[in-house]
Design a protein around this ligand. Sequence first.
Ligand SMILES: [Cu+2]
Length: 161
Amino acid sequence: MRGRLALIALAAPLALSACGDPAPTYIDQAWVRLSPNKDRPAAGYFVAHGGDAGTQLRGVLTDYALKVEMHETVEEGGVMTMKPVSSVDIPAKGTVAFAPGGKHLMLWGVNDTAISRGKMQLTFLLANGDRLLVDAVIRKPEGAAAPTPAPGPQPADNSAH
Ligand SMILES: [Cu+2]
C-alpha cells in the first residue's frame, strides 16, 4: 500500500510541468517574391513576433530552394546596397519585420514544384533552440504589388435599404 502511494506522488510533478509555458516567439505574414529573371534570387519577407523572452533568428532553411540567406539593406556612401547578416535580434514582445527595402531573405533556385503550388515551407532557426515551420506564399513578380483594377466610376448605390 505504502509503495504505491509513493509512486503516485512522484508522478504528479511531471504531469504539471507543461502548465504555464511562456508565450513563444512566432513568425507570420511570410511571402516570397520571385524575380522576373529566373536566374536571379527571389526575395522573402515575414514578421517575427517576440515571445515573453527575447531571442535571435539565426537562419532560415528550406527544402524548396538551393540556398537561403538573411540580408539587410544598408546605405553606403549614398548607395543602397545589401549584405548578409548571420543573426537578427527578436526582442521580447517586440516585432521585427523583414520587408521590401529593409531586411529580407534571398532565395536562390526556388523549386518549380513549390512555385506551381504557390507556397513553400520555411524553417526558422532560433537561438533558443526552437525551429518554426512557416508556409510562405509565393508571388509571381507581376503580382508583387497587389493588382488593383483601374479605378473606374463606382456604380452609385441608390437603392433604399
Ligand atoms: Cu539581398
